[in-house]
Design a protein around this ligand. Structure first.
Ligand code: GDP
Ligand code: IMO
Ligand code: MG
Length: 438
């Protein structure tokens, strides 16, 4: 078994780092691409020759016909959203036949999860998380509360008493919580039960499948969703998602052992974005932020919400490197910085009298932190980096910027992305990425 060929791709900031683009780029070297956590809160964009695909639940390897895609037990699945995504891909000419395996142990998102989420956000008022409103949190809450409904529970169809009992109990709980028209559990049950007929051929034991694939020497790419700072345990709690977006989520969310993960590639933008509420220490004032947002088209791939923009925060990425055991980084969207005269990199924070090199646990303390910046020259006077495919095509200032990011993050940069298309990428020779691309 050559497990060291396997690779985990994880977000090193607050999500939307460009994981989809990098996974799609690397996927031809793999036989399986697997998602282990999150749900359709994720939006992974892939651009190939002018055609755009946005993947939410389905792994970004799906565009490569030889790749089997896997959705693990750690993912929460809105079956309607899954079917809609499958239909969308089929309409775009992607052959999906026999290429998707869905874990029988994954939990489902049902309509009442979205309602409960809306209510919870309303109740939080000014302290709302600004979630993606997909029902992700409440579904994971049911899972942790041991009342969740799993894909395997749908198997009995309309005659499954277990499913009926679970749906009834959950809908009755929802009706006690949500004012107004009560929901009829029979309708929710009928819809859930009906989905089984279409779902069944895709469902199986993912842990067993991966064990056989690994034993047969098939290479597996583990595709993370969200990013380290949105991780339930390690992110800027409570302004996080409800799953483990860091490396441990791969093992629990797919049923593989830690040695199945050969290497870890962290994805980081050349600056920082975050969508939704919560601390973003390097957030820019409106003029510069607007500029980055427009040039970088920083609008959510799932919700269309404008993303907040800030300078590169090395304290954030260092934390992600440590928690995930990141071996190398892919730095994306370097081209978005092309028009800037001057760039800043945050190396730590001043918090009262203290100098911090990592994020404090308390978000209020983090909100009070002021970033400590290094200033670097931009490359606005050059022809820029957009579309560059070789390192030698990069202006000296851009190379110096990348060198500095490597130094402050303490990890090599193996891939540099200079545009959204698959082809607009620099892979450094002899680097981690080069292993899969040559
Ligand atoms: P993900 O969630 O990590 O897969 O990232 P998203 O797809 O949500 O957001 C990344 C966005 O940046 C998408 O619109 C990509 O097409 C785009 N993108 C990725 N890499 C680059 C790059 O190097 N340059 C530019 N300009 N856009 C990029
Ligand atoms: P990808 O995989 C960016 C954010 C939401 C919100 C918080 C909680 O595309 O990088 P949730 O609906 O998950 O309960 O929302 O997490 N969020 C993301 N931000 N990229 C994502 O995924 C995200 N998934 C969730 O905006 O702040
Ligand atoms: Mg995204």
């Amino acid at each position: 078994m050559t497990l060291d060929r396997n690779l985990a791709v994880v977000g090193a900031q607050w999500g939307d780092e460009g994981k989809g683009k990098i996974v799609d780029l690397l996927a031809p070297a793999f036989s399986v691409v697997a998602r282990s956590q999150g749900g359709h809160n994720a939006g992974h964009t892939v651009l190939v020759g002018g055609r755009q695909f946005i993947l939410h639940l389905i792994p970004s390897g799906i565009l490569h016909p030889g790749v089997t895609c896997v959705i693990g037990n750690g993912v929460v699945i809105d079956v309607g959203a899954l079917f809609a995504e499958l239909d969308g891909l089929a309409a775009q000419g992607i052959d999906l036949d026999g290429r998707l395996l869905v874990s029988d142990r994954a939990h489902v998102i049902l309509p009442y999860h979205r309602e409960i989420e809306r209510l919870a956000e309303e109740r939080r008022g000014a302290l709302r998380i600004d979630t993606t409103s997909r029902g992700i949190g409440p579904s994971y809450e049911d899972k942790a509360g041991r009342r969740g409904i799993r894909i395997a529970d749908l198997a009995g169809g309309a005659h499954g008493e277990r499913l009926a009992g679970l749906v009834r109990a959950n809908v009755e709980a929802r009706n006690r919580l949500v004012a107004g028209e009560p929901l009829d559990w029979r309708e929710v049950h009928a819809d859930a039960a009906e989905s089984w007929a279409r779902l069944q051929p895709m469902v199986g034991d993912v842990s067993e499948f991966l064990a056989s694939a690994l034993a047969a020497g098939r290479a597996v790419l583990f595709e993370g969703a969200q990013g380290a700072m949105l991780d339930l345990d390690h992110g800027t709690y409570p302004y996080v998602t409800s799953s483990n977006a860091t490396i441990g989520g791969v093992c629990t969310g797919l049923g593989v052992g830690p040695r199945a993960i050969g290497s870890v590639l962290g994805i980081a933008k050349a600056y920082t974005t975050r969508v939704g509420a919560g601390p973003l220490p390097t957030e820019l004032d409106s003029v510069l932020a607007d500029r980055l947002r427009e040039v970088g088209r920083e609008y959510g791939a799932s919700t269309g919400r404008p993303r907040r923009c800030g300078w590169f925060d090395a304290a954030v990425v260092r934390r992600a490197v440590r928690i995930n055991g990141i071996d190398a980084l892919a730095v994306t969207k370097l081209d978005v910085l092309d028009a800037l005269e001057e760039l800043r990199v945050c190396t730590g924070y001043r918090c009262g009298e203290a100098h911090l090199t990592d994020l404090p646990a308390d978000v209020e303390r983090l909100e009070a932190c002021r970033p400590v910046y290094e200033t670097l020259p931009g490359w606005a006077h050059t022809r820029g980096t957009a579309g560059a495919r070789r390192e030698t095509d990069l202006p000296a200032e851009a190379r110096a910027y990348l060198d500095r990011l490597e130094a402050v993050c303490g990890v090599p940069i193996s891939i540099v992305s200079t545009g959204s298309d698959r082809s607009e990428t620099i892979v450094r020779p002899e680097s981690l990425g080069a292993r899969w691309l040559t």
